[in-house]
Write a protein that binds this ligand. Structure first.
Ligand code: AOS
Ligand code: ZN
Ligand code: ZN
Ligand code: ZN
Length: 406
């Protein structure tokens, strides 16, 4: 059923020179991966809050993730974290996923929760500890092979707390050597996504502290290595959209960990604090999707959109839904940017017209558009309301308290 709000929207956009059918196609093609750890208990460094109804194992985490996919139609894959999601038989886990209509996505090694890693993992001065860390990543590559995943997302907690604690350049060399061994173990269809973060848990220097360091490693490793941008991993005021544009232009943007932040790596619901930034990130992607260079377009089309959230005070499934819906909303708005109009304003160096062409798209209400897209995808027009009306949230309470936490 096409209602009058949509008819009006369509007319308005067509008059602006927007191809609404194409916008709908883009929206239907958007796939967002949710993280298994986003369904488990989590907290701050001061306390992990235990909620009732939390999944007790990887199988139940997939069941919760399947709800998010069921109500949105755009979250068909789930990222795993090893060993948080360690199971005896990964093929069985994958089977469970496929029964639920899901696939298993990025495999995230854990190089930060062993006592051995107190002074780092892949950068550690001690060869035996580096060996252990590399072996763990190799094991994750095997898991990826078993579950048919093509992405290894690597985030390192490595760094130092004090000047002089270790040689920054020495650690850089060790890191590259370790990464080379990992890179060589990748199957041809696999990608290694290198995630950076400017601080935390290390407070003086972090071995992969910004996009440039991750990019440099990825570039030297080869075409299967790319950079992962976690939106919460930058210093205040960093222009994340510029990083996105730069990496796209170098064809090294591997994927995102979307979340929202106000101060540090807050891992809040996506778009809750900074929706305009999210929109501007999508503006850069949209521009790259229309680039004249094949390689840039290809990179833009292959971005792995993943959510990296750690909600500790909100119920997990609706929080994940909110994040996913926000990504979809701000992507939709970016698709309403009239690129020809922007280009024309740029050519005329009309600053006000250019800025206005961008902002105008942000200001449209995309609710009627999203309702129609969801109807065509066969999911509820209002996924959040539909989930809250379902009894799933009630049923999982039977799991009790004390489920899986990170
Ligand atoms: C840590 O700050 C990162 O954002 C990582 O992506 C991390 O791997 C993820 O939170 C799960 O461990
Ligand atoms: Zn992340
Ligand atoms: Zn993070
Ligand atoms: Zn984060």
């Amino acid at each position: 059923m096409v209602d009058s709000a949509y008819t009006l929207f369509e007319r308005q956009q067509t008059e602006r020179g927007i191809d609404v059918e194409q916008v709908k196609e883009h929206l239907k093609a958007l796939k967002i991966e949710t993280p298994s750890w986003g369904y488990g208990d989590s907290g701050t460094r001061f306390k992990v809050f235990k909620q009732t109804g939390i999944p007790r194992n990887a199988f139940e985490k997939l069941e919760d993730a399947a709800q998010v996919h069921h109500f949105t139609g755009i979250c068909p894959s789930v990222a795993l974290h090893i060993p948080w999601d360690k199971v005896e038989d990964y093929a069985q886990l994958q089977q469970h996923a496929s029964h639920l209509g899901l696939t298993l996505g990025a495999i995230n090694p854990n190089l930060f929760q062993e006592d051995d890693y107190i002074f780092g993992s892949l950068c550690n001065l001690q060869p035996a500890i580096r060996r252990r860390a590399i072996d763990h990543v190799l094991e994750c590559i095997e898991v990826a092979r078993t579950v048919n995943s093509s992405i290894i997302s690597l985030w390192l907690a490595d760094g130092t707390n004090y000047p002089g604690q270790d040689s920054i350049r020495g650690r850089k060399h060790r890191l590259f050597e370790s990464l080379q061994e990992i890179y060589q173990a990748l199957a041809p269809e696999m990608r290694l996504l290198i995630e950076y973060k400017f601080f935390e848990p290390a407070f003086y220097h972090t071995d992969l502290g910004d996009w440039g360091m991750a990019y440099n490693m990825a570039l030297k490793l080869g075409p299967q290595a790319e950079v992962l941008v976690d939106t919460g991993h930058h210093a205040q005021g960093t222009n994340v959209e510029q990083i996105v544009a730069y990496l796209l232009d170098e064809q090294k943007l591997g994927g995102f960990h979307f979340n929202s932040r106000k101060y540090a790596d807050d891992d809040l619901i996506v778009g809750s604090v900074n929706p305009y930034e999210l929109f501007l990130i999508f503006y850069q992607i949209r521009e790259a999707l229309a680039d004249s260079q094949d390689a840039v377009r290809q990179n833009a089309a292959n971005i792995a959109y993943m959510i990296d959230q750690s909600h500790c005070i909100e119920p997990k499934i609706p929080a994940m839904l909110r994040s996913v819906l926000n990504v979809q909303t701000y992507y939709a708005k970016a698709l309403l940017i009239n690129l020809a109009e922007v280009r024309q304003a740029q050519e005329q160096q009309d600053v006000l017209a250019a800025e206005s062409a961008i902002r105008e798209a942000f200001e449209f209400d995309v609710t009627p558009l999203l309702q129609v897209v969801r109807e065509e995808l066969g999911v509820p027009a209002d996924p959040m309301r539909a989930y809250l009306k379902s009894d799933y949230g009630q049923r999982i309470l039977a799991r009790g308290k004390g489920g899986a936490s990170w």
